[in-house]
Ligand binder design. Structure first.
Ligand SMILES: C[S@@+](CC[C@H](N)C(=O)[O-])C[C@H]1O[C@@H](n2cnc3c(N)ncnc32)[C@H](O)[C@@H]1O
Length: 250
């Protein structure tokens, strides 16, 4: 499912409520671009990633209105955004990224954000991939994801770690939220996904000091890519796992 379809679903479910003040708790180009197109009174977008921040700032400087903010901050910091409250809080693939930036904070993030939620919380996430699949093309996507994790580890970075919707629902209850609904959207991976994952692997591999390791891993990446290409280019794409949207209320 494309991310745009998930955002359209959120818009549909939110109607006719007003958007008011909106917090994008783990921002990126995609979520912020979408939020700038909805009738929000003001938008606060947070990232802990300095690289992402410096890339986004010039891209969004002309698009943000005077009341919108792009904030570099870590939710582990108790003083981040003080006691500010937002009508709508969006966690768009935030929980899956926490392990890469602020590991072992996943169990605290919803409690930490609760003070900022006046009304609605939308959690977008990816169901973790299974270890194995009987479908060779789906197995190829699983192998590519494992390979990407291995590249990140070799480069001294931590991999992302996704959490199932059921885990998030449990944590929402513990943090005092009421889950209104959970909807899954089956994923279809196509050539553009394959290319973006391979590009991300190459960027990470370029930082490896060992030429021997880099060369061996690049060769393996090419074989993973070529093994997946025809299935990814087929009209039906590669079906594996699902994204989910959880809607919760304070
Ligand atoms: C996968 S990205 C989100 C994708 C994004 N919504 C988009 O549209 O592309 C995860 C985001 O969560 C942020 N993040 C992860 N851990 C964080 C933390 N402890 N505090 C604040 N932001 C965090 C990352 O910096 C990044 O901006």
């Amino acid at each position: 499912m494309t991310q745009d379809a998930l955002f359209s679903y959120i818009e549909e479910q939110h109607s006719p409520l007003p958007w008011g003040r909106v917090l994008d708790a783990g921002t990126g180009d995609h979520s912020l671009r979408w939020l700038l197109g909805i009738p929000a009174e003001e938008i606060t977008a947070v990232t802990v990633d300095t690289q992402r921040m410096s890339g986004m700032q010039p891209r969004f400087s002309e698009l943000l209105r005077s009341q919108d903010r792009l904030v570099l901050g870590d939710w582990q910091d108790e003083s981040l955004l003080g006691q500010e409250a937002f009508d709508v809080v969006l966690l768009d693939y935030l929980i899956g990224a926490i392990d890469a930036f602020t590991p072992f904070f996943q169990d605290r993030i919803l409690q930490r954000l609760a003070r900022h939620v006046k009304d609605r919380l939308y959690v977008v996430g990816l169901e973790p991939f299974p270890s194995n699949s009987p479908d060779p093309a789906a197995q190829g996507v699983i192998d590519l994801t494992r390979f990407q994790d291995a590249c990140r580890l070799h480069a001294g970075l931590r991999p992302y770690r996704e959490y199932p919707a059921a885990w998030v629902e449990r944590r929402l209850h513990e943090a005092g939220f009421r889950v209104l609904s959970t909807k899954h959207f089956g994923n279809v991976f196509r050539a553009s996904y394959l290319q973006s994952q391979a590009r991300a692997c190459r960027q990470v591999l370029a930082t490896l000091p060992s030429l021997e390791l880099r060369t061996a891993l690049l060769t393996h990446l090419e074989s993973l890519e070529s093994g997946l290409l025809s299935a990814a280019q087929s009209p039906q794409g590669i079906r594996l796992s699902s994204d989910y949207v959880i809607i919760a209320e304070k």
